[in-house]
Design a protein around this ligand. Structure first.
Ligand SMILES: *[C@@H]1O[C@H](CO)[C@@H](O)[C@H](O)[C@H]1NC(C)=O
Ligand SMILES: *[C@@H]1O[C@H](CO)[C@@H](O)[C@H](O)[C@H]1NC(C)=O
Ligand SMILES: *[C@@H]1O[C@H](CO)[C@@H](O)[C@H](O)[C@H]1NC(C)=O
Ligand SMILES: *[C@@H]1O[C@H](CO)[C@@H](O)[C@H](O)[C@H]1NC(C)=O
Ligand SMILES: *[C@@H]1O[C@H](CO)[C@@H](O)[C@H](O)[C@H]1NC(C)=O
Length: 944
């Protein structure tokens, strides 16, 4: 789905035609959307539970469902969705004040894992909520007896969260929510006994979402509810269905001075196509602001004692709409702790703006967020709604679904009720079903069942065929049961051991099995069955069996050992002198799904070229970057992601594919890659001078000259021009910034890090995606409209050019937070243009090219994309100040062209950022299971 070709310009479709076609389809989409709205509203009026809602009142024993008196949603008894557990009622003293669903619960005194299985559609996104009301149902006063009362929740085969009820008021209700993608045709929720109290649950609610909602949630990432607040004056403590058609819980927030509620009855709309969060209009019509004497507003979500604050990874989503009917100037900065997330934000009038960082999880141990009025603003900040989630990694895979279905058929056929045969058969490992052996060796594939031991399990009746359908099954032990009849005739492929000894089997043995047994492919055991009174073959005799087993036991190892020795010798010969590798990683190499003709490295080769991964030159979102030397002496940077998982490779493969297609002197050259179970790595040219950010910050002892700066700007501009103009479809880099501009030994600028780049069919139309990129470099228009074009890169390039001129960061304190373009504009307005120039240049620059460069940079950062130049224009304007060097000569000669004063060793710090990945992105790396506590206290501060 990601085919890029460069330098092969295709004929572009006629523009006018394309446009008229586009507007026609937009109209159609509008009509369809309107129809859909009409249809859904009618459905909601007539039928109370929308389609797809599954609502379960756990422990409810009446056989029929009921409609909840407040929401009208239909709740079903839980018996269809769970096995085991006990139905309980909360204590009489709490019944009166409780919701219907909270009056009963199901507790699980037995078994370490007990699961509910809810039907779902594979690949659909769901919100799942579990509620818990202890209500002293067991009369043991467990929440208040001084001991720990704690159990776990799994979503499918992955850890979701802990439920900690220690010291809770027994009448209180805790809720946990998760937004997740159904991995199969069912979603399971499991309660895990930690040995600190009996797990229980009061209600489960499954709500389908639209696929395009919460776009950062996918099969490997789920998000767990931490807090969801609606501001303004709300009458209910919780707002849910039917105001919110997805039945999310929105908590109302009490406000006291200096907090001031705002409400409107005017429409507050979403931009067409902005369906990411679908905050109900009724919620957006309320907001909270401050008395005008106050300047900042802080939301601090208390991190309860059961939360591991250090590892908490949070994802905030802020919802804003200006609902003050006069047209006020309201601008503010948005911070997570001390990190500026969005600078100088101004809410749109009567239009929803949902601000989030494209699924970036933040490290914020205090869970504090601040909206701070900027100096230009006349009014204090406002906020309409706020969502906060924590990361839940979905790394563990479920058992192969065929295996699951067959083993469930077996369970049903023999009416096996084993306490731990619950949830997924193989996963997670420590909860795998007793008697099963699973194969987990292929880490990116679902585990498979390879052995089933149901010896002495009281099985009665015929031998069920389901076993033989399990294509990975090698060993089946059904000895010492009461199986009767014949062995069914089936083609078994994988089975190596079939132990049916000591049963009541008396029918004939089918040829298919006999032949395999006689050919020595199957170890068949039938002794102790009536059938053995008729036949006297080896499989009916204990004795002969033993001798043959002994023989096998001797011969097989001998043969194997000699084979290994021979192979070892051959291996040594092959690798003679080449590698002193103690581990054989060749077994991990496998076919590549990438059809690209660049060198593919093995893990052993990477080990060799990096000298056993000795020299680390950078760390970033993907992992670690090592220095390496190829056989021919070329230096390379090896970007390695160890212990690969599908989740982490999502950004990696696009980068490989894009890089393998682009060839330009100002774009980093990919030498090769490594992809197998042991590693995922990119090998590209080593850039000895580090990146532009480091070089600009530099030390006090040197500075890039003005001419060098202009050349680097031209290099970067040419790299981008190539991506935009010479590739079909055009490639938008999306993350142009100084850390991503690397420098070779001759100080030639080379653009790197294509992890976020995307190709588009027509460079000049826009495609809506979620926000990406780095704060300070983000195109404001993209922010507002989520329309991504090549002009997004032009904006970021303008910021880079300003950094080159001024030596300042894109966002810095002066003394308040200021965005670089604003700072430059202010300086110029106040006085001379010379005030903006990097002091390190010591006035050694050419004044006319300075004026030109500043004009060009400010032109690139125009708010409206249409006012910005194309990269082609940027390149030609930059060239006019560098007449001395003809660009043709540059591209052909490739010889050093710059005078550079630092021929000595580059200080170490320049290499640190060579990966071109900012540290901020590292937060994706460390996983951690965090615990959002639905009832934790959120506090809101404000200040002058
Ligand atoms: C459950 O059944 C009992 C007795 O049949 C009845 O009194 C009660 O109202 C039912 N509960 C609900 C919620 O329908
Ligand atoms: C539960 O325990 C608390 C604290 O020990 C005690 O104050 C309370 O009376 C107990 N309640 C019941 C119903 O036993
Ligand atoms: C996956 O399974 C492993 C081993 O069974 C377990 O230690 C780990 O916590 C699980 N991971 C998740 C995300 O639940
Ligand atoms: C559970 O909550 C109690 C009381 O708030 C706290 O002391 C305890 O550390 C928590 N335990 C865990 C494992 O979170
Ligand atoms: C088989 O069934 C018989 C009677 O039906 C019973 O006596 C015997 O214990 C059973 N054997 C096993 C191994 O379950």
């Amino acid at each position: 789905p990601f085919a890029v070709s460069c330098f092969q310009k295709l004929h572009k479709p006629d523009r006018t035609m394309a446009i008229s076609h586009c507007s026609a389809s937009t109209k159609l989409a509008w009509i369809l959307a309107l129809l859909l709205i009409l249809v859904t509203t009618t459905i909601q009026v007539h039928c109370q539970s929308p389609p797809g809602f599954i609502s379960i009142d756990c422990g409810f024993t009446n056989t029929s469902a009921y409609n909840d008196s407040i929401t009208g949603i239909q709740f079903d008894p839980d018996s269809r969705f769970v096995e085991g557990g006990l139905s309980n009622k909360i204590s009489a003293e709490f019944i009166a004040g409780s919701d219907e669903q909270q009056k009963t619960l199901r507790s699980f005194p037995n078994g370490s894992r007990n699961c509910y299985t809810l039907p779902s559609t594979t690949g659909t996104k769901y919100m799942l909520r579990a509620t818990f009301t202890y209500g002293n149902y067991d009369g043991l006063n467990k929440t208040r007896d001084g001991s720990l009362f704690l159990f776990g929740l799994h979503i499918g085969v992955n850890f979701w969260e802990a439920v900690n009820m220690t010291n809770w008021d027994p009448s209180s209700t805790i809720w946990k929510e998760i937004i997740t993608v159904a991995p199969a045709n069912s979603v399971s929720v499991c309660l895990i006994n930690f040995g600190s109290g009996t797990p229980f649950v009061s209600a489960l609610e499954l709500r389908p979402l639209q696929d395009l909602m919460y776009p950062f949630v996918n099969t490997s990432v789920s998000i767990s509810y931490f807090r969801r607040i609606r501001f303004g004056a709300a009458t209910d403590f919780i707002t849910r269905f039917s105001l919110d058609p997805y039945d999310r819980f929105w908590e109302g927030w009490p406000f006291t001075y200096p907090w001031i509620p705002l409400n409107t009855s005017s429409r507050v709309r979403r931009l067409p196509g902005d369906n990411t969060f679908q905050v109900p209009e009724g919620i957006l019509q309320g907001a909270t602001t401050l008395d005008t004497n106050y300047s900042f507003l802080e939301i601090s979500v208390g991190v309860g004692p059961n939360l591991d604050a250090k590892n908490l990874q949070l994802l905030p989503i802020f919802h804003f709409a200006e609902i003050n009917s006069s047209n006020p100037s309201r601008r503010f900065d948005i911070y997570s702790n001390d990190e500026l997330l969005f600078a100088d934000f101004s809410p749109s009038r009567f239009q929803a703006d949902s601000m989030h960082q494209n699924g970036r999880f933040l490290h914020n141990p205090t869970a504090t967020f601040r909206l701070s009025k900027t100096r230009r603003s006349r009014l204090p900040p406002l906020i309409n709604a706020f969502e906060l989630y924590s990361l839940v990694r979905m790394d563990n895979l479920t058992t192969d679904s065929d295996d699951v279905n067959y083993i469930k058929e077996v369970t049903k056929h023999y009416n096996l009720a084993r306490i731990n045969w619950n949830g997924d058969p193989c996963s997670p490992r420590e909860y795998s079903w007793e008697g099963l052996t699973c194969d987990y060796s292929k880490s990116n594939q679902n585990p498979r069942i390879v052995a089933v031991n149901l010896s002495t399990s009281g099985l009665k009746g015929g031998l069920v065929i389901s076993f033989m359908n399990m294509v990975s099954l090698e060993n089946l032990d059904l000895s010492h049961n009461n199986l009767t009849g014949a062995i069914p005739d089936y083609q078994i492929k994988s089975l190596k051991v079939l132990d049916l000894s000591y049963n009541q089997l008396d029918g004939p043995i089918p040829d298919s099995i006999l032949q395999r047994s006689q050919a020595g492919l199957l170890d068949l055991r039938l002794e102790g069955n009536p059938i053995c009174s008729k036949v006297k073959d080896t499989y009916c005799s204990n004795k002969k069996k033993k001798t043959s087993t002994v023989l096998i036991a001797v011969i097989v190892p001998v043969v194997l050992v000699s084979l290994l020795v021979v192979m070892g010798i051959l291996w040594k010969l092959y690798w003679k002198g080449k590698s002193g590798d103690d581990e054989d990683y060749a077994m991990y190499e496998e076919e590549t799904p990438l059809h690209i003709d660049i060198r593919r490295f093995t893990y052993a080769e990477l080990k060799l070229i990096t000298n056993n991964f000795q020299s680390i030159i950078g760390k970033g979102g993907f992992g670690i970057v090592y220095h390496g030397t190829l056989e021919n002496g070329d230096e390379v940077a090896v970007k390695v992601l160890m212990e690969t998982s599908i989740a982490e490779s999502t950004d990696f493969l696009p980068e490989v594919q894009t890089l393998s297609k682009v060839h330009h002197k100002n774009l980093v050259t990919l030498q090769g890659y490594c992809q197998n179970k042991k590693c995922l790595a990119l090998v590209y040219d080593f850039m000895p001078r580090g990146n532009l950010q480091q070089l600009l910050k530099g030390g006090d002892d040197y500075s890039l000259t003005w001419e060098q700066r202009l050349y680097i700007a031209l290099d970067a501009a040419q790299g981008l021009e190539y991506l935009h103009e010479s590739c079909t479809p055009s490639i938008v880099h999306r993350d142009v910034k100084t850390p991503n501009i690397l420098l070779d030994k001759n100080l030639v600028g080379v653009i790197s890090d294509f992890g976020l780049s995307r190709a588009f069919n027509d460079a000049h139309t826009h495609i809506s995606t979620v926000a990406a990129g780095t704060l300070g470099y983000l195109d404001p228009e993209y922010h507002a409209t989520f329309q991504l074009t090549v002009k997004t890169d032009v904006y970021s390039f303008g910021i880079v050019l300003l950094e080159i001129i001024t030596g300042q960061s894109p966002v810095f304190m002066d003394p308040q937070t200021v965005h670089l373009p604003n700072w430059v504009r202010q300086k110029i307005a106040k006085g001379s243009i010379h005030d903006v120039v990097d002091k390190r240049l010591l006035d050694q620059y050419d004044a006319s090219s300075l004026q030109g460069a500043v004009d060009l940079a400010l032109n690139c950062v125009e708010n409206a994309a249409i006012d910005r130049p194309t990269m082609t224009e940027v390149v030609s304007r930059l060239k006019t100040w560098l007449p001395a060097v003809s660009s043709d000569k540059q591209s052909t000669s490739g010889t050093p062209r710059r005078k550079y004063s630092m021929n000595t060793e580059m200080p170490k710090q320049f290499k640190l950022m060579i990966s071109g990945v900012s540290d901020a992105e590292s937060s994706f790396q460390s996983s951690g299971y965090t615990d959002g506590n639905g009832m934790s206290q959120a506090t809101i501060f404000s200040g002058r």
